[in-house]
Design a protein around this ligand. Structure first.
Ligand code: SF4
Length: 447
């Protein structure tokens, strides 16, 4: 596959489209409205829970997450108590429902609350909401801090998939991003997880890091394949120091340019494809028998706040500070985001309030555009004949520019994202975004 930099679009900043409308379009949402939304969930509706645990022991300079550096055990325990309180409030607010189909522990570093607290939290969630057969319980983990005890707690709570942050195995790159993590730390974590019965292991890699070379990206991709990861995510580093001031520790002049980023992304893809992985969406790879590869082949791949997912539950409930949920009922579709400040979050749930802060009820037009954007981000193909004429007329000038750049191929009724254009699919999605340029905020480089 050749390297392509679209002439007019390479340096544009675009959303990642993990939601539509994107978070900058959210507005104030009150608790009563959110309770109404929850009340519309049907008796058979499967639930997906996302729990945000924002604590980490040390700051990685590239971090783009909502995370807090602390080792203050009282503070962490208060927060874990807040999660229990919020779960109790949600249980009361929900009508009969279909139980948990998917659960995701994200952060931060979810295991930062400790093994005992993890056990208690997972047990409480299982008891309060019930678990559907075949449910997937996933956790993001830091191989540097993963212990036998925390792995035991995750396994006991039903966690059956873990994502480990790797980024790059080069010690030189690791020093430049403030995260030193020897290879054998990752290999040991994978071995311990599998030994505890957590057999599905994802590894998260990164390109576009300071001073990183194609050879280092290739070596890291080979390392991930050699460990037998079920899925490998290869994210482009998002340098947004205006939003994440700690990223100023990364020197701008050491960052690869757009063309080098593309070469690195292509190198990772080549290595992983040669190792037998299937490319999934914009930035994921999966073994052919992994559920994500199966979902993509069946046209069931989805995109939510965690990125690409196989989770199809109509009601995603976010628990924890800053967590975002997505509620779909016959009557509405809407996003709800919790209070992002950890202390205010704990105070709200401690006084019996669901800590919702912002959100967005989607209009019919939002829902249509969301569907189009999700499908092109997941399938790389659109049936244009299904789109309303006005929407297509609005998008067509942008799509025709992308066709000239080799990003898409257009037929009267169909759009295909080309092989070389897959990494630029955010530009295709942007053609259907009604809010872009209307105060949508600054985003990371779209390649
Ligand atoms: S461990 Fe993850 S969430 Fe925590 S600071 Fe590092 S990158 Fe951010």
């Amino acid at each position: 596959m050749s390297v392509t930099v679209p002439t007019s679009y390479a340096l544009a900043n675009l959303p990642r489209y993990t939601s539509y409308p994107t978070a900058p379009q959210f507005a104030a949402l009150d608790e009563d409205s959110y309770r109404d939304w929850l009340g519309g969930i049907g008796a058979e509706t499967a639930l997906s829970l996302y729990l945000h645990i924002p604590f980490c022991h040390a700051l990685c300079w590239y971090c783009g997450c909502h995370s807090t550096i602390t080792r203050n055990e009282d503070r962490i325990a208060r927060y874990a108590g807040g999660l229990h309180a919020e779960a109790a409030l949600l249980e009361q607010a929900l009508p009969a429902h279909g139980g948990i189909a998917a659960l995701h522990l994200g952060g931060g570093t979810p295991t930062a609350i400790g093994a005992a607290a993890l056990r208690a939290l997972l047990a409480a969630l299982r008891a309060r909401f019930g678990v559907r057969p075949g449910a997937e319980f996933a956790a993001e983990c830091d191989p540097r801090t993963l212990t036998e005890e925390t792995i035991g707690a995750l396994a006991a709570g039903g966690v059956n998939r873990v994502s480990l942050g790797v980024q790059d195995i080069s010690p030189a790159v690791q020093r430049r991003i403030g995260r030193v993590q020897p290879d054998d730390t990752v290999a040991t974590a994978v071995e311990r997880l599998r030994g505890a019965g957590i057999l599905r292991v994802n590894l998260d890699l990164m390109y576009g890091l300071p001073g990183q070379t194609e050879a280092e990206v290739a070596a890291t991709a080979r390392f991930a394949a050699a460990l037998g990861a079920d899925r490998v995510a290869v994210f482009g580093y998002a340098h947004v120091p205006w939003m994440k001031p700690h990223q100023n520790a990364i020197r701008d002049e050491e960052l690869p340019g757009a063309l080098e980023r593309l070469r690195q992304a292509e190198t990772a893809e080549r290595v992983l494809r040669e190792a037998g992985y299937e490319a999934i969406g914009l930035d994921h790879f999966a073994r052919p028998d992994d559920s994500m590869a199966v979902a993509q082949r069946a046209g069931r791949l989805r995109r939510n706040f965690q990125g690409y997912t196989t989770d199809t539950a109509p009601a995603l409930l976010g628990l924890g500070a800053s967590a975002i949920g997505s509620i779909g009922t016959p009557a509405l579709a809407g996003y709800a985001q919790n209070e992002p400040d950890e202390r205010r979050y704990v105070a709200a749930v401690g006084t019996g309030h669901l800590p919702v802060k912002r959100g967005r009820r989607l209009s019919e037009e939002d829902r249509l555009r969301r569907h189009v954007i999700e499908r092109v981000m997941c399938d790389f193909v659109l049936d244009l004949a299904e789109l309303p004429e006005a929407l297509l007329a609005e998008a067509r000038p942008g799509l025709e520019r992308l066709e000239a750049d080799g990003i898409v191929a257009l037929a009267p009724d169909m759009l295909w994202v080309t092989a070389a254009g897959r990494r630029h699919v955010r530009h295709v999605a942007a053609c259907f975004d009604a809010y872009l340029g209307a105060g949508a905020g600054r985003h990371s480089a779209a390649v």
